[in-house]
Design a binder for this molecule. Structure first.
Ligand code: CP
Length: 323
């Protein structure tokens, strides 16, 4: 694998899930694979799970890990091409990436949507600069439109929790929030689930449909109760409007997931990428109840990252590279 920013970088999803589950069974079988190599984990936005799970995964592979909390610790970055930098910005992203090239064998980056310009976000204005200027493999730790390491962890978690010989019904449900949230997790989950052997349904209020480029022909139902019927898995996530970019159209119905709603499903397992706003997106009783597999999902972030880093190291360690 040469880079990892989208599901299309994965040649065989079932194989990578299998590999991640083998790593979960014994995570220390490749402790020499990354020896002498360095991964840079660059965070332009906050993180708990992605930062820590990526560090654990990299350490399990023997990689040196450099973590840069760029928003807090680095110089104020300029992203605009041709900018006259006579204001608050101190270092251009192009120069920062060129320097990272000198220090790192792999560069992983978190760069959320700015939620100000739809065009910039849809075109991945920051990730695309890493892809353009990095001379080493680039890994997304969540970008403007996708969160692929999260989605792989979600696929691993569903696989672990399903042993029936029929397709599970997986419902991605919108949940309330207090501020406009980006589309990356919802987009990505929709994209990856279409590669899995599941029946995917998306439910959200009118005005909150995700970008069709990600949802394609997936059924979208605007009535949450109808969508949740017979669900085997419910993925809870908020996102703001895509059409009226970053707006929060009024929603009259109560979309928070509660035990009462769970009772009408097929005893569905509940998922959320975290962090979650308790008693806004889902209730305490759901979060702390027996149907939640949310912490298992968070643990699987380690094995998702380790499987991907391992694949990329295979490519870097391939003696045929460069011939
Ligand atoms: N789910 C997830 O990416 O968590 P963090 O934002 O804490 O990394």
């Amino acid at each position: 694998m040469k880079k990892f920013t989208t599901v299309s970088d994965v040649e065989n999803l079932q194989e990578i899930i299998k590999k991640a589950l083998q790593i979960k069974a014994n995570s220390l079988t490749e402790t020499e694979k990354g020896k002498g190599k360095t991964i840079g984990l660059v965070f332009l936005n906050s993180s708990l799970r992605t930062r820590l799970s990526s560090q654990i995964a990299a350490q399990n592979l023997g990689l040196n890990v450099l973590t840069l909390n760029a928003a807090q610790e680095a110089w104020n970055l300029e992203f605009a091409d041709g900018a006259v930098m006579n204001g608050d910005t101190v270092e251009h992203i192009k120069d920062a990436i060129e320097v990272l090239n000198q220090y790192c064998d792999l560069i992983a980056v978190r760069c959320f949507a700015g939620m100000k310009s739809k065009e910039d976000d849809v075109n991945e204005s920051i990730l695309s600069q890493f892809e353009e200027h990095a001379k080493v493999p680039v890994i997304s730790l969540e970008s403007a439109t996708r969160h692929p390491l999260q989605s792989l962890a979600d696929c691993i978690t569903i696989t672990e929790n399903w042993n029936k010989d029929r397709k599970p019904k997986v419902v991605l449900t919108w949940a309330p929030h207090i501020k406009p949230i980006a589309h990356a997790v919802g987009n990505s989950f929709a994209e990856w689930m279409q590669k899995m052997d599941v029946e995917l349904v998306i439910t959200n209020p009118e005005g909150y449909d995700l970008d069709k480029n990600f949802t394609k022909d997936v059924k979208v139902i605007h009535d949450q109760e109808e969508a949740l019927k017979d669900a085997d898995f419910i993925y809870v996530k908020n996102w703001s409007s895509f059409d009226d970019y970053a707006a929060m159209p009024e929603v009259k119905e109560d979309w928070m997931l509660t035990n009462e709603k769970l009772e009408k499903t097929n005893n569905a397992k509940v998922m959320h990428c975290l962090p979650v706003r308790r008693n806004v997106e889902l209730s305490d009783e759901v979060m702390d109840g027996g149907n939640s597999i949310i912490y298992q999902q968070a643990k699987n972030r380690i094995f998702s990252a380790q499987a991907i880093f391992s694949e990329i190291l295979d490519d870097l360690n391939d003696p045929c590279q460069g011939f």
